[in-house]
Design a protein around this ligand. Structure first.
Ligand code: N01
Length: 503
């Protein structure tokens, strides 16, 4: 990788790449799933002057960061993959973390993404100056780019619980996304705080190995059984032989999820009732003990929080070496967790499966747009964007998986790919018309978000009677409130009247 360190320049003269007929210099922040998709698709579209900046030493994003036992993806792998890199040889319908990480690394290697990535290089500052973006790294290197693509993911900043005495615990304590593999959990007394998707996978995986498993539940969660299967060699050989079957599976799962879970969350009452019924049935059939079942039963609608797919949690929590603690946590002491009933739950290991800061997106990187408008100030705890990709006052700055995009029980890889195609349409427009910048109009962004605010009130995330990480400081869930298929359709054909096209 050539050294691209530069001093800030007065770049007014060379800012107009489209008019000058040179390729745009593109920086992608993050080499996770979105960054990989962006790099590959840009290259295919003829934009090859691309540099990725990755804070870690490998690609993979969330699949690199999370290494906890039981880590898997509850979206079928035949869909949770790049459309341009379908894979025949998945071991299971729902792949485990290491297999997905290996896939990410292999795609990055095959398509030349690794070679374009500057590893161990966190971007600390982005500023729009004289028609270009000035990018500063943690080592104070300063470079200029024409286009910035933020591909930092959504849930990358671990949320640590504000519990008194957390740092006084004398055993081993770590966040689920910072799993300490040097700690041998076998025959230990392990506590897990949280009952989200992560906690359920951890508890399901390690309970048979530990001496005692204590799960500290603040809110019960609905979960559906995970219809996991291991693919046979013969089945995968057939997939290998007939690549059209891989495509068929990709679209089959996409349609299935769109017409079932996605439809249920955004207002289809029949599907909602079916999801709720399936969750109740799963609980009833998995937990024989009436009292335990009662304590595991949520008092809100299924899919109000992000629906969990897990078949291991109920058997694990029902086993003799496990206990569900529903009393509130009072504080943490050197030997364990004390609950409000006065009990001290003694532990050797404490796992904080307490989720992530959902409002981070590209933050804590400082991002300043036109006239020094600061992104963190602009968002103020309630991040909003236009179609999840654009921000007024931030020209030539694009986000993948930005705020108000479709997330939940769907493949974010598909969403990202459509967003990348949208950005490529913008670049093509700039090139064809010799534009120096494209930025979304404030009115378009406001109108879009007004429709989001209206739509969100019909979704299960708002009406279901729960609290979740989907809610932000505005008091509303920060999600796309319509069917994901509508989003994909809209993204296929950018409406340029929503943008200022600057010559
Ligand atoms: O985090 P969460 P996660 N005291 O925020 C509890 C994706 N994902 O890491 O419900 C006590 O869902 C909190 O309690 P409550 C997926 O999008 C995908 O599990 O707020 N408890 C909750 O139980 C998912 O939604 C896969 O009352 C405290 C838990 O901690 C997202 O990641 C797999 C507490 C946090 O749950 C996040 O999931 C895993 C406190 N002070 C994750 N603070 C796939 O398979 C928090 N909690 C694709």
């Amino acid at each position: 990788m050539p050294d691209q360190t530069e001093q800030p320049t007065d770049s007014a003269n060379n800012a107009d790449w489209a008019q000058a007929g040179r390729p745009p210099r593109i920086a992608i922040v993050g080499a996770g799933m979105s960054g990989i998709a962006a790099c590959v698709k840009l290259e295919k579209a003829g934009y090859s002057d691309v540099t990725l900046f990755e804070k870690a030493d490998r690609v993979g994003g969330t699949w690199r960061e999370n290494t906890y036992p039981g880590l898997s993806c509850d979206i079928p792998s035949r869909w949770y993959c790049f459309s341009f890199a379908l894979k025949a040889q998945w071991s299971h319908r729902y792949s485990y973390g290491p297999e997905i990480q290996a896939y990410m690394e292999s795609v990055a290697q095959t398509f030349g993404v690794t070679q374009k990535t500057r590893f161990n290089t966190a971007v600390t500052d982005l500023q729009y100056l004289n028609g270009q973006w000035q990018l500063t790294t943690e080592r104070n290197e300063v470079m200029t780019f024409d286009i910035i693509i933020s591909a930092t993911g959504i849930l990358h900043k671990p949320a640590y619980p504000a519990i008194d005495g957390l740092d006084t615990f004398a055993g081993h304590s770590f966040h689920s996304a910072r799993w300490d593999h040097s700690v041998d959990i076998r025959d230990k007394r392990v506590g897990v705080i949280g009952t989200g998707s992560t906690a359920c996978q951890i508890v399901g995986a390690i309970t048979p190995q530990v001496k005692k498993m204590l799960v500290f539940q603040r809110t019960p969660q609905w979960m559906m059984a995970l219809p996991q299967i291991e693919y046979s060699k013969r089945w995968n050989a057939m997939m290998e032989r007939f690549p059209s079957l891989q495509k068929l599976s990709y679209h089959y799962y996409m349609q299935l999820m769109a017409t079932t879970f996605a439809a249920g969350t955004v207002g289809n009452k029949t599907v909602q009732r079916l999801i709720h019924w399936a969750c109740r049935k799963h609980l009833r059939e998995s937990v024989a003990d009436d009292a335990l079942r009662e304590r595991l039963t949520p008092n809100y609608q299924a899919a109000c929080k992000r629906l969990i797919f897990c078949s291991d949690f109920y058997p694990a929590i029902s086993s003799d070496n496990a206990a569900l603690i529903t009393e509130r946590i009072e504080n943490i002491e050197s030997t364990g967790v004390r609950t409000t009933d006065g009990t001290l739950h003694e532990l050797d290991v404490l796992v904080l499966a307490t989720g992530f800061d959902p409002g981070a997106f590209i933050l804590p990187t400082r991002v300043r747009g036109e006239n020094g408008v600061d992104l963190e100030t602009r968002w103020a705890g309630a991040p909003r964007a236009h179609r999840a990709v654009a921000l007024p006052d931030f020209p030539n700055f694009w986000m993948l998986e930005g705020p108000t995009g479709p997330v939940g029980n769907i493949s974010l890889i598909t969403i990202t790919e459509y967003q990348v195609d949208y950005v490529i349409s913008m670049l093509n427009k700039m090139k064809a018309e010799g534009l120096s910048a494209i930025k979304v109009k404030s009115t378009a962004c406001e109108n879009y978000n007004a429709s989001m605010r209206q739509g969100i009130k019909n979704t299960i995330w708002f009406t279901g009677g729960c609290d979740s990480w989907y809610f932000d400081a505005s008091g509303l869930p920060n999600l796309y409130p319509f069917k994901p298929t509508r989003y994909l359709k809209d993204m296929r054909h950018p409406d340029y009247s929503e943008y200022e096209l600057i010559r």
